[in-house]
Design a protein around this ligand. Sequence first.
Ligand SMILES: [Zn+2]
Ligand SMILES: [Zn+2]
Length: 279
Amino acid sequence: MPEKLLEQIDRLMQQRPMYKEVLSAYRDLLGFVDEVEPEVAYKVKDASIRELKAREGFPLFSREDLPIDHEAAAVLFQRLLQHLSSTERKDREALKRAFQAVEGNPQWVNDVIGAFLSGDEVKLTTMAQEVTLSPMVVKFLAHMAVWPSMKYLRESAAEGIQERTWNHGWCPLCGSSPDMAYFSDEGKRFLHCELCGYEWTYPRIKCPFCENERAKDLGYFTGEEEEGYRIDFCRKCKRYIKTLDRRLVGSPGPLELENLTTLHLDMLAHKQGFTPSGG
Ligand SMILES: [Zn+2]
Ligand SMILES: [Zn+2]
């Protein structure tokens, strides 16, 4: 794992001690994630078809038929469960039970990952409850399990994306919603995909969820004592997105990690009556 990432995780642990458990889980699990070399095969569409599709707002893949290495994801999911159940976490007994459930029925993992990819919250929650784990933990593990494939796709298939003609609020690679946004050093706004981690530019005065551009409907507020973080909201669709300003945050962590450790900002947004992308 890169030295810099370890430093960022340590810094976040000091800055946000309430997230110590999730941060140390992330750090441990990333070690397993990095070892996986997924076998991903996909056919790239003809360039002209791709262009036409992109102009109509179609992403390169849809969530359901993302060409991920399902076998590698299932093996990794199991390995992550096993590791976490050997730590001092409060839910280690449930993790052990989940691990046993998987051993008894390998299809369970495929179903969980399938539910995660298709965004089937009801199924995911039911399956988590079966093994008495928190749905958030199961979701986190499923996300980590598919991460090697996502990384591969981001690095290889992204060439096929015509960034300049893409001005939608959903991911050009997999069609998912953004989970976070950031302002670059030049002040440009980027959206970060909640599933595959792809980042694309988007106008600053425009809601990513309903494409509303009326400045008076759009606003933001900030949390206390956290320079560089804000919550951008839209009064029309009542959605919000957390935004990190790279010009103010010295050395931010990867956005999927920033997202996991800014749940206090989500609470603030909920209190004000806003819902996240998927809600
Ligand atoms: Zn994506
Ligand atoms: Zn909106």
